[in-house]
Design a binder for this molecule. Sequence first.
Ligand code: NAD
Length: 299
Amino acid sequence: SKKTIGFIGLGNMGAHQASNLIKNGHKVIVYDTSSERMNLLLQKGAELASTPSEIAKRSEIIVTMLPASAHVKNVYLGQDGILSSVKPGTLLLDSSTIDPQTAREVADQAAKHQATLLDCPVSGGTGGAEAGTLTFMVGGKEKDFELAKPILSCMGKNIVHCGDVGTGQVAKVCNNLVLGISMVGVSEAMNLGVKLGMDPKKLAGIFNTSSARCWTSELYNPCPGVLENSPASRGYTGGFGSALMNKDLGLAVDSAKAIGENLYLGNVAHQFYTQMVNKGLGQKDFSAAYEFLQKTPSS
Ligand code: NAD
């Protein structure tokens, strides 16, 4: 049935997700700190709100898609935040990538207001967000997962119940640990191959029919011109920012430390993206790892 859904965080991902809820016939009320992003959604048929608290007053279900834990805490727990006026029975779906502890903490606070928060981080990139084919990794009670599923299905194709609250974030952090490492690997190999005289498209073609084949090489190749629709071919824009990847690897490093597990490549990859951010590439797509390597002279 058609619902009134609040949506907060209309960035590279959220704007597409909110549009897909509208396309599925839901009434969508949006909020973002950027008025430019709000106007974009107004044009797509959304209604506007001026605070997260107003969103809470007007919605049965709320989806949030924010950069990091601090923004999520602010939007839910802050002054004029969602929990300041959430209605009992509201379903809260946080699709941001944050640490599992914060997800559990905000869910506990929500429960005090008789609202239910599920962590629902996604994979699939901006392409998947636009096409409505995201994978959702969901943490929460089974019965709440069943309530969330029809809504998440408007934005994604694979909706997976991972376990209790927080386990969606565990799955996501581990996925991005692989992704962050594999992007550095493919970038390093593409850069080496090109510098040694190989045509980049040929080299990528070999990878994709050989054992180097992976998502990063096949669907998100970091070398400009290899794929027509990749962030690399549009100046590393409109994708997944290096600063966000750096944040996600930080989540993996911190989670590992907290339980005394070792990460090797994870630590190196984290340092790699930190350097990219320090060199001013934080807002560029994380596949700018290739550009970074290409332009960094060897020492
Ligand atoms: P983004 O930076 O493009 O968008 C974030 C949006 O949140 C911006 O529009 C910003 O104005 C808004 N915002 C920030 N603080 C706010 C506040 N207090 N109140 C309201 N709005 C606020 O980020 P994104 O690429 O859309 O990613 C969002 C989340 O999804 C991140 O956690 C990221 O790690 C994760 N993610 C991104 C991708 C991707 O490919 N971009 C893929 C999977 C997961």
